[in-house]
Design a protein. Structure first.
Length: 173
């Protein structure tokens, strides 16, 4: 279950308490922080996990210029937060089929792997922007501030969904 908390205009997501703290701690000691990305043509929403892999926190949205600039900015985030894994939203069609945008994200994910030498996971991002908009409408943020926060919130939802799914898999091991 995803729990959201607003603090000073920033969204923080965390898992429900049923998630195993012991497993999270052990994984954090092995893996480190995880970076979540909602990649669009104009902006990249960015979120990072806490060191235990329990919560996702949104960072400043990256306004895209070109691949070199984007990767330089992402490299700074990867270094600052000691990122060990990356999750990239995969924009599938509602039918689940891959389209042109999904193919572009697969290329982007491969470029990330080559550039930073980190594991990169693709995560189904269908409806994350719609969910982000819905959640943001429930806040006291102005329309302008909500518009600026959508990409960040979508990145949080992508990362949180991936971490929750990984936690469910770990529980069955």
């Amino acid at each position: 279950m995803l729990l959201l908390k607003w603090d000073k205009g920033k969204a923080h997501a965390r898992r429900s308490p049923r998630w195993s703290f012991g497993r999270a701690y052990n994984r954090a000691m092995d893996k480190g922080r995880i970076l979540g990305l909602d990649v669009g043509t104009r902006r990249i929403g960015i979120a990072v996990s806490d060191p235990l892999g329990i919560t996702a926190q949104g960072l400043e949205t990256l306004h895209r210029r070109n691949k070199r600039h984007d990767f330089e900015q992402l490299g700074q985030v990867i270094t600052k937060y000691e990122i060990k894994e990356i999750v990239v939203g995969l924009p599938l069609r509602m039918s689940g089929a891959e389209g042109t945008q999904a193919e572009k994200m697969q290329v982007f994910a491969e470029d990330l792997r080559k550039r930073f030498g980190l594991p990169v996971h693709l995560w189904d991002e269908r409806l994350t922007s719609a969910e982000a908009n819905r959640l943001l409408r429930e806040t006291d943020l102005s329309i302008e501030k909500r518009g600026k926060a959508v990409d960040r919130m979508a990145a949080i939802l992508i990362l949180q969904g991936w971490m929750e799914r990984r936690g469910q898999i770990d529980e069955h091991l």
